[in-house]
Design a protein around this ligand. Sequence first.
Ligand SMILES: [Zn+2]
Length: 277
Amino acid sequence: MPDSSVPEEPSSISREIVELARMVRNAGKCVVLTGAGISTESGIPDFRSPGTGLWSQVDPMAVLSATAFRTKPEAFYQFILKLCETLQAAEPNDGHRALATLEEMGFVDVLVTQNIDGLHQRAGSKNVLEVHGHLRTGTCVKCGKTYEMGLVLDAVRRGELPKCSACRAMIKPDVVLFEDPLPIDFVLAQQAVVESDLLIAVGSSLEVAPVCYLPAMASHLAIINLMPTGYDSRADVVIRAKAGRALTALVDAVCLGSDGNGRSEQGNGRNGGSSIE
Ligand SMILES: [Zn+2]
């Protein structure tokens, strides 16, 4: 009996990639949205896959909540310490690098990510909106002074709670916790998607609020994900493949002009491709 739980990468992947490459080349403005699926290829477990790695002992939604930060700061920070060490040990993969390349070539305008690992920036992406925040810095909950996360973690390693040097209030990591309000990056992401011609969703189930609302705002939608999503039926292109493999193939197709059509017939002003006449 075939095991339907492990999706095969279909042989039609190259045809879909060629179609997506054509859309990317024709789009005046392209936004990419990434989820946990792009970082699992760097060995970072998905928050929402219970029982994996760091999440095998704890419920991330309980420990990474605003309530936990307020009521059990020691346990909260012990978890943040472990989380930071796991994320810092991970390296960007082919998918992260391919998206940085597409941005550098002028084909990706804005990268919206649900991930807090910073791997897009480490791969070279510049215009990144982090809708769940990040772990590079922490901010005093009272006076707003910002601290490098390294300093915050040093205090945790000494067995102290990280306190602001100016006002002695707690320092909170700049990650969006469960129960936190939406960050400004989500508002900017919404605006970018509304103004875009193409949204490419990569490695996201598109089920988690608030990003689950973004695909509905896109004029054209492409999905790269191993598993089906609720938006597949309204997507222009669905590529059922791993992010690293699909995005590497996409870079090749875009920059070699292997879609067979050459540059955009509309002449949208892209200048990063290798097939400029
Ligand atoms: Zn302060």
